[in-house]
Each structure stands twice: as structure tokens, then as C-alpha cells.
Design a binder for this molecule. Structure first.
Ligand SMILES: [Zn+2]
Length: 127
């Protein structure tokens, strides 16, 4: 099997596993953290400033891209990073695949570069 084929197979297996996680209640503190789950650190979630429930653990989650419809796995580790390290809001979720996120980032950078170039031109004229 080619290297590319193996990688594709791994991605498909990860998606299969993520699909199997649907229905697991990651807010249920009475269950044991299942294999592959990562227990949350409630202290790192305080920035949410909520009396509402916070997740007890993270599980790999299936994301269907809102732009292109591609299926991608949002891993437990990446969720932990997003909510606890990047301090993402607990109600925010990944909604785009990697490729679409990269495209959006690139688009934003292009817009900013154009804006900065415009400002530079303006400043030159002012002098
Ligand atoms: Zn996409």
C-alpha cells in the first residue's frame, strides 16, 4: 500500500471512531472517562464565567465542514487545546475542515495585506 493510501486509511478509521463516539455524554460526571477521552481541567475553563455545565471530558468528535461538507475529526486533544489553552468559548465548536480554515486564514491575510499596502500608499502621499 502506498504511503498516501495508508494515511487515507488512518483518517477514515479516525472518522469511524469519532462517529462511534456520538451519543457519549461528555458532560456526564457519573460516567468513567472512556478510552480515548481526556478529562477536562475545570480550572482552565473558568474564563467561560458560566454557572452552566462544563464538559467533564473531551472525545474525538466528527466535524462536517460547513463550507465543503468534508468529514474531519476534531480530536479530544485539539478540543482541550482550544477550550483550555486558547481559551475558546465553551459554546464554540470547530465547523470548518482544515483546508477551508487554511483558505479563510489566507483570505484574511490577503485582505489585511491589501489594507496595509493601501495605508502605506496614503502615508507616502501625506509626506
Ligand atoms: Zn471544508
Amino acid at each position: 500500500m502506498s504511503k498516501k493510501g495508508t494515511r487515507k486509511q488512518l483518517a477514515e478509521n479516525a472518522i469511524k471512531r469519532a462517529k462511534a463516539n456520538v451519543g457519549i455524554d461528555t458532560y456526564d460526571t457519573k460516567t468513567k472517562v472512556p478510552p480515548g477521552g481526556i478529562e477536562s481541567n475545570r480550572k482552565e475553563l473558568r474564563h467561560n464565567n458560566t454557572y452552566g455545565p462544563l464538559p467533564y471530558f473531551y472525545m474525538d468528535k466528527l466535524v462536517i465542514c460547513h463550507d465543503c461538507g468534508a468529514e474531519e475529526v476534531w480530536t479530544a486533544r485539539k478540543q482541550q487545546w482550544w477550550y483550555e489553552e486558547a481559551k475558546g468559548n465553551i459554546n464554540s465548536e470547530a465547523i470548518y475542515c482544515k483546508e477551508c480554515r487554511a483558505q479563510k486564514r489566507q483570505h484574511k491575510e490577503n485582505v489585511r495585506d491589501q489594507h496595509l499596502a493601501g495605508l502605506a500608499r496614503k502615508n507616502e502621499q501625506a509626506i
